[in-house]
Design a protein around this ligand. Structure first.
Ligand code: SF4
Length: 63
């Protein structure tokens, strides 16, 4: 899993940090503590992406 933030789309609402503070830290926009979260966080990162109101969390799978 690889994660990135579309900073133009992010509205800084903070849900991602509330759901998965191991990966997301929100200042004016969300920042990533890692763009390759470990497997045990994948479900939580996906949950954060699913709950982002502006679809600013982009997940890609594969190498
Ligand atoms: S939930 Fe989405 S819009 Fe809100 S801070 Fe996180 S990435 Fe940005």
């Amino acid at each position: 899993m690889r994660v990135r933030i579309d900073e133009d789309a992010c509205a800084g609402t903070g849900q991602c940090e509330m759901i998965c503070p191991e990966v997301f830290v929100v200042d004016t926009v969300s920042r990533l503590l890692t763009d390759t979260p470990p497997p045990d966080l994948h479900a939580t990162v996906q949950e954060a992406a699913d709950n982002c109101p502006t679809a600013a969390i982009i997940i890609s799978n594969g190498p």
